[in-house]
Design a protein around this ligand. Structure first.
Ligand SMILES: Nc1ncnc2c1ncn2[C@@H]1O[C@H](COP(=O)(O)OP(=O)(O)OP(=O)(O)O)[C@@H](O)[C@H]1O
Ligand SMILES: C[C@@](O)(CCO)CC(=O)[O-]
Ligand SMILES: [Mg+2]
Length: 387
C-alpha cells in the first residue's frame, strides 16, 4: 500500500517579503513538483521504524517508533482537524531526533526540512512505522517554493490516510481534494513552513496547494483567471541562501526604519493590485497583449527596485538584471532573494533568437536558465495497492 502526493513550486510575480508585512502579493504555480510517497509495512514485516529517504540528496533517516514516542512529549491534545504549531518543547525533542543523524555540513539546511517532516508526520499520523520517500524537480533554496511544495505534498499524503479526508482509494492516477480538504492541507503545510521559514506569510503553501495564479493578502487568496499568455524565463543564479534569514533581515530593517519601510510595503501593495488588474483584463488583440506586457514590465521593475530597498537583492541578481536590460527585457527576483531565482518576462512578440542570446549570456555567468509552465495544477494525490 502506498499513497503518493505531489505539489508544485511557484513564482512570485510581485509582493514577496512585503506580503509578510500585510501587503498584497501575486503568485503562480509552476509545473515543477515535489513528490512524497508513504509506504507502510505489512504486519508480517514487523518493521517498527519511521524512515525518511530524501532521494535527490541521497540521505536516509530512520527512527525506531519507540524512540520517537519516548522523546516527543504527549501528542494527545493534537487533532488532525485542528492544524497546530510545533511547540518549543516538541521542537527541542525533534531537534534531538534530527541531530542523531549527522547531516553533512553542505546539506545542513535540510535539518529544518527533516524537522518539519517529523512534526507533520507525528502530529497528523502519530508515532507509527512507515517509509517516506521524497523527490523533487525543484532546486532547493532557490526561491521557487521548494519548502512549501515539500510541506504541502507531505501534509496531503498524511491527511489522505486520515479520517479527515474522503478519497476514492480505488481511483487510478492523480486526483484532487475537495475544498475543505485542501484548506486543511494548506493549514498543516503552513505549520511546516513555520519550522522552515520562521515567519511565513502563507503565500507559498497556498499557491502550491491550490495551484493556478492567486492574489494573496493576510491569509486570504483570490484566484486570478486570465487569458493572457504569460511566459517567463527563470534564471537560477545558483547562489544559495536561506529564506528564514532573509525574511528576518527585512523585519529587522523594518524595526530600524518603520516609516520608510511602511511606505515601501504600501507601494508594493499597489503594484501587486495593479498587476492583478492588468493580468485579469480581457485580451482582445495582439496590441492589447503588448500593452499589457509593457505594463507588467514596468510593475516588475518597480517591484525589483523596492526589493532592493528591502535589502534582499544580490550581486548575482543585479548581473541578471543588467544582462536582460541590455535586450530591453524586464526582470525581478522571485521568492526570498539574496541569490536564488530571477524572473524575466518574455514578451509574446520577442524573437527566439533574442531569447537564445540572452540565455547564452546569462549561462556564461554560470547561471542556469529555464522556462516553466505557469499557472498549473495544485496539489494532487494518488494511491496504489489499496483494495
Ligand atoms: N524535497 C525536499 N526534501 C527535504 N527538505 C526540503 C525539500 N525541499 C525543501 N526542503 C527544505 O526547505 C529548505 C529550503 O527552503 P527555503 O524556504 O529556504 O527555500 P525555497 O522554499 O526553495 O525558496 P523560497 O522560500 O524563497 O520560495 C531546504 O533547506 C530544506 O530544509
Ligand atoms: C519572502 C516570502 O515573501 C516569499 C518566499 O517565497 C516569504 C513568505 O511570504 O513567507
Ligand atoms: Mg521556502
Amino acid at each position: 500500500m502506498e499513497v503518493r502526493a505531489r505539489a508544485p513550486g511557484k513564482i512570485i510575480l510581485a509582493g514577496e517579503h512585503a506580503v509578510v508585512h500585510g501587503s498584497t502579493a501575486m503568485a503562480a504555480a509552476i509545473d515543477l513538483y515535489t513528490y512524497v510517497s508513504l509506504g507502510f509495512p505489512t504486519p508480517n514485516e514487523n518493521d517498527d521504524t519511521l524512515k525518511l529517504h530524501l532521494k535527490d540528496m541521497d540521505l536516509e533517516f530512520s527512527w525506531p517508533v519507540g524512540k520517537i514516542k519516548e522523546v516527543i512529549p504527549d501528542l494527545g491534545s493534537v487533532t488532525v482537524s485542528s492544524p497546530t504549531p510545533c511547540s518549543l518543547e516538541i521542537a527541542r525533542a525533534i531537534s534531538i531526533l534530527v541531530e542523531e543523524h549527522k547531516i553533512p555540513e553542505a546539506k545542513v539546511g535540510l535539518a529544518s526540512g527533516v524537522s518539519a517532516f517529523l512534526w507533520l508526520y507525528t502530529a497528523i499520523h502519530g508515532c507509527k512505522p512507515a517509509k517516506a520517500v521524497v523527490t523533487s524537480e525543484l532546486p532547493l533554496g532557490s526561491g521557487l517554493g521548494s519548502s512549501a511544495a515539500f510541506c504541502v505534498a507531505l501534509s496531503a499524503a498524511l491527511l489522505a490516510l486520515s479520517d479527515s479526508v474522503n478519497l476514492d482509494f480505488s481511483h487510478q492516477g492523480w486526483q484532487v481534494f475537495g475544498e475543505s480538504e485542501l484548506e486543511l492541507v494548506n493549514k498543516w503545510a503552513l505549520e511546516g513552513e513555520k519550522i522552515i521559514h520562521g515567519k511565513p506569510s502563507g503565500i507559498d503553501n497556498t499557491v502550491s496547494t491550490y495551484g493556478n495564479m492567486i492574489k494573496f493578502r493576510s491569509g486570504e487568496l483570490t484566484r486570478i483567471n486570465t487569458n493572457m499568455p504569460l511566459k517567463m524565463l527563470i534564471t537560477n543564479t545558483k547562489v544559495g541562501r536561506n529564506t528564514k534569514a532573509l525574511v528576518a533581515g527585512v523585519s529587522e530593517r523594518t524595526l530600524r526604519h518603520p516609516s520608510a519601510m511602511s511606505s515601501v510595503f504600501n507601494a508594493v501593495d499597489s503594484i501587486s493590485n495593479e498587476m492583478a488588474s492588468v493580468i485579469q483584463a480581457p485580451v482582445s488583440d495582439d496590441l492589447a497583449i503588448t500593452e499589457k506586457e509593457e505594463k507588467l514590465e514596468e510593475l516588475m521593475e518597480m517591484n525589483q527596485g523596492l526589493l532592493l530597498c528591502m535589502g534582499v537583492s544580490h550581486a548575482s541578481i543585479e548581473t541578471v538584471l543588467r544582462t536582460t536590460l541590455k535586450y530591453k527585457l524586464s526582470s525581478k527576483l522571485t521568492g526570498a532573494g539574496g541569490g536564488g531565482c530571477v524572473l524575466t518576462l518574455l514578451p509574446t512578440l520577442l524573437s527566439g533568437s533574442v531569447v537564445d542570446k540572452v540565455v547564452s549570456e546569462l549561462e556564461s555567468n554560470g547561471f542556469q536558465c529555464f522556462t516553466a509552465g505557469i499557472g498549473g495544477n495544485g496539489m494532487e494525490i494518488s494511491f496504489t495497492g489499496f483494495s
